[in-house]
Write a protein that binds this ligand. Structure first.
Ligand SMILES: Cc1cc2nc3c(=O)[nH]c(=O)nc-3n(C[C@H](O)[C@H](O)[C@H](O)COP(=O)(O)OP(=O)(O)OC[C@H]3O[C@@H](n4cnc5c(N)ncnc54)[C@H](O)[C@@H]3O)c2cc1C
Length: 399
């Protein structure tokens, strides 16, 4: 049997793409391939569970557009399918004078991106929202919230199957070979024929480009983000979401406090280089992944440009006291023994050979194939909008 579209990757971006295609053209034959035994096994299932609103992103960028549209689409999806979510709002807090211009910049970006209900907060107003947070100024972002992304993925999977699509788990894509009228996708569970391929491989995005005989313009560098859980008896220190003002040089938002949709408060994630693309602990080591990272000149240039930041992240990862100090900037009452080791996620961050991080969502296309190369945060929030964008492109080629 020949498929019209084959999606590689059962994270939220791949699932949203397959779902959007079947919504637009229910008669098409769609197959989604995932190497793990369950959906959302990597970035999607190990993230902060936050619904971002588009505050941080450059106006006009794909991130800004897809986050703003995607948030509305994700909220509508959760309402329609009874998926746990809460638009609880968040505050972004400046704790030092030097952060005020950057906070002002976020205010301008948020307004330019059309966010609703943004409010500047004085120290007194911060306390009204988060009684234990400290700061000299803040922005309240009422549209943000929290959600159960694995449940979103399960529902997307169910809808894909109901619409006649197929999902094959435990199926690793090895090669994607061009044929006269499409592609043969060679996998650990046999070969499949398709007219069009979309790869949404997250931490393996660049490898899937190579698997199709093409050269990726960027390399995926895995940055692990580690979390702590706040002990139950101290969870009253945080009501909703408390974020720092991020450093615009990096795509990561800084360690923050997040209320989880099914209860509990998490603190994190930090950002340390992982020794394996799916390396959730310091001890996870993969020779191929590690050698590839070390042989990539972009990583050396990046580390040479930001040596103190890289050193600090390693120290903070190895020292709970250091991690606590960065949390105390936001919530001074938090103590080291309030923290319990939590989980971790690994970010698939695309990096250019000159050591620059790819900021925006990034796609690469050739005839009959499209690769999602860079889909970091807020791609979970934005996934339904990203899927719709991909489908628009696919349909120009799939007659
Ligand atoms: C620590 C952390 C916190 C984050 N917090 C948030 C947040 O709060 N809100 C938000 O919006 N975003 C957040 N993000 C970002 C968000 O999680 C990702 O942008 C999103 O999950 C990307 O989805 P994806 O489908 O592209 O990738 P993934 O979820 O990683 O899925 C890719 C899939 O492809 C599969 N795959 C790869 N290679 C192959 C192959 N050869 N054959 C078959 N299958 C293959 C993998 O097994 C995987 O399941 C966070 C990310 C991290 C890491």
């Amino acid at each position: 049997m020949k498929f019209d579209l084959m999606v590689v990757g059962g994270g939220i971006v791949g699932l949203a793409t397959a779902h959007r295609l079947l919504e637009a053209r229910p008669q098409l034959k769609v197959l989604l391939l995932e190497k793990e035994s369950k959906l959302a096994a990597h970035q999607t299932g190990n993230n902060s569970g936050v619904l971002h609103s588009g505050l941080y992103y450059k106006p006009g960028s794909e991130k800004a557009r897809c986050a703003v549209q995607g948030l509305q689409q994700m909220l509508a999806f959760c309402r329609a399918h009874g998926i746990a979510h809460d638009q609880c709002g968040k505050i972004v807090v400046a704790t030092e004078e030097s952060e005020l211009p950057r906070l002002e910049n976020l205010w301008e970006r948020g307004n330019a991106n059309g966010l609703l209900g943004l409010r500047k907060l004085s120290p007194q107003q911060i306390k009204e929202i988060e009684p234990h947070a400290a700061g000299i100024a803040a922005i309240h972002v009422p549209q943000e919230g929290i959600v159960d992304y694995p449940a979103v993925c399960e529902k997307l999977g169910e809808l894909i199957r109901q619409a006649g699509g197929e999902i094959k788990l435990n199926t690793r894509v090895g090669k994607i070979v061009s044929t006269a009228d499409g592609w043969t996708v060679i996998t650990s569970a046999g070969d499949f024929q398709t007219k069009f391929v979309v790869t949404c491989g997250g931490l393996h995005a660049d490898r899937l480009v190579r698997a199709a005989g093409q050269m990726p313009t960027a390399k995926i560098v895995p940055f692990r983000g580690e979390y702590y859980q706040i002990k139950k008896e101290r969870q009253s220190l945080v009501r909703h979401l408390i974020y720092p003002v991020p450093d615009p040089k990096f795509p990561f938002l800084g360690v923050h406090f997040t209320r989880l949709i099914h209860g509990g408060i998490e603190a994190g994630p930090n950002a340390v280089l992982a020794f394996a693309r799916e390396g959730y602990k310091w001890s996870d080591f993969n020779l191929r992944d590690f050698t590839e990272s070390l042989c990539f000149p972009g990583l050396w240039k990046f580390m040479a440009k930001y040596p103190s930041m890289c050193g600090y992240e390693i120290r903070r990862s190895l020292s709970r006291a250091e991690f606590t100090r960065s949390l105390q900037k936001l919530v001074p009452d938090i103590r080291e023994d309030d923290l319990e080791t939590g989980g971790a996620g690994v970010r698939a961050q695309a990096m250019l050979p000159e050591g620059k991080l790819v900021e925006d969502f990034h796609f690469e296309e050739a005839r009959g194939i499209m690769h999602v190369i860079n889909a970091p945060s807020p791609a979970a929030t934005a996934s339904l909008a990203i899927g719709a964008k991909i489908v628009e492109k696919v349909l120009t080629q799939l007659k």
